[in-house]
Design a protein around this ligand. Structure first.
Ligand SMILES: Cc1ncc(COP(=O)(O)O)c(C=O)c1O
Length: 401
């Protein structure tokens, strides 16, 4: 089947966080939303059919996954990443952020240090802080358009703050890095040496660009497998975020028990039937759709790259290796026009009629960046980029006048 990713589907009035809640979130109503990380594409047909079949059955009692669920998961990870999982490792949760929060509670005490690499997906910081743990930052180093890890600081921060837990974002949102084997091993060995448990958030692992390989962190060394909580989900890959299903893999059975106890404390046991049905169908039938989507996203990226280079003076695209989230560096533009981040936000919202994510939300190192979600039909992406260009040009003209 050939999928049409160019189709524009009206998402207004569908209870969509991206489209229906601008005013509630303090934004004008008429913005083109390119912020939250879901896609404007219809999910693959086999998933919709599986959901429809469940809906027409009409009984939505307590539900649990069976052997076939595990089997498709096993095949998916083997085919995608050459990773052999075991059924006893699996814990299903209603989302990755939920799982991260449970892991923080299960493996650390109040006041303990939890390490993150900002700029990074902002719920990491929030979840650590909300659980009264200490946010410890190993800031990523921005080197000529590419992000790298300061390994000396990584280790020093772990030692200085007696870090117990490290949340690895791999591939990394928002900077788009897909960490190399060498980088992962360097971080992993430091964690092992200091007894740090790793939460590997690999939710974006199905999105890597040509010639870039995602390495499952836990699979790099048997010692890592024993020390890691791997967070995966079909939600980014197949646009199922609203169904809240994640698969957490914990090989260390002592850790798994602690994790499950923490979930039980919160009163959570069985998942939503729709999530289970959708995940099984996605991993069973989704390969073809995903490979077409990856080609489409590659072309979206090509379009943005060319547009930024030719139309957005003073803006730089941080070349992504993975994810469908683009990280735009406005520092030259801001400097040239003497603008603050706040002024840039105003420009984007009120002149560009665009809703992006301000880089400052992602913590240290996010200053003067914006994150833009390119997982949408090309026509919407073109509209968004042109609106951005118009906004920036209006300001340039105003300064010149
Ligand atoms: C790195 C990362 N982790 C987790 C999530 C969200 O996961 P969930 O909706 O399953 O909580 C996102 C969503 O953008 C993400 O980028």
């Amino acid at each position: 089947m050939i999928y049409n990713f160019d189709e524009i589907i009206d998402r207004n009035n569908t209870d969509s966080l991206k489209y229906d809640f601008a005013e509630k979130r303090g934004m004008p109503e008429d913005l083109l939303p390119m912020w939250v990380a879901d896609m404007d594409f219809r999910t693959p047909e086999p998933i919709i059919e599986a959901l429809q079949s469940t809906v027409s059955h009409g009984i939505f009692g307590y539900s649990e996954s069976r052997e076939d669920y595990y089997r498709v998961l096993e095949k998916w990870f083997l085919t995608q990443f050459n990773w052999q999982i075991q059924s006893k490792w699996l814990v299903k949760t209603p989302g990755v952020v939920y799982a991260i929060s449970q892991a923080i509670r299960a493996f650390t005490e109040e006041g303990d240090g939890v390490l993150i690499q900002e700029p990074v997906y902002y719920p990491f910081r929030q979840t650590i802080a909300m659980n009264k743990r200490k946010v410890v930052v190993n800031q990523l180093v921005y080197n000529y358009g590419r992000y790298e890890i300061d390994f000396e600081d990584f280790e020093a921060s772990i030692q200085r703050e007696s870090v117990k837990l490290f949340i690895l974002c791999s591939p990394h949102n928002p900077v788009g890095r897909v960490w190399t084997k060498e980088e992962l091993i360097r971080m992993g060995d430091i964690c092992l040496e200091h007894g740090v448990i790793i939460i590997a958030d690999e939710i974006h692992s199905d999105f890597t660009f040509e010639n870039i390989t995602h390495h499952v962190f836990a699979d790099l060394k048997s010692e890592y497998l024993e020390q890691t909580i791997t967070c995966t989900a079909p939600s980014k890959t197949f646009n199922l975020a609203g169904l809240q299903i994640s698969n957490i893999l914990i090989a260390n059975q002592t850790y798994k028990k602690r994790f499950k106890e923490e979930m039980a404390k919160g009163g959570y046991s069985q998942l939503n039937i729709m999530g289970i049905v959708a995940c099984r169908a996605a991993y069973h039938h989704g390969h073809g759709w995903l490979s077409q989507l990856r080609v489409y996203l590659k072309d979206n990226l090509k379009y943005v790259r060319s547009f930024v280079n030719t139309q957005l003076e003073g803006v730089r695209l941080v070349e992504p290796e993975g994810t469908y989230l683009l990280w735009l560096d406005f520092s030259t533009y801001l400097k040239k026009h003497g603008l603050s981040d706040q002024e840039l936000n105003q420009l984007i919202v009120y002149e560009g009629k665009l809703w992006l994510d301000d880089g400052n939300m992602f913590g240290q190192g996010g200053h003067s960046f914006q994150r833009i979600n390119m997982a949408c039909p090309r026509a919407l992406l073109v509209k968004g980029m042109e609106q951005l260009a118009t906004a920036l040009a209006i300001h340039t003209k105003a300064i010149k006048n």
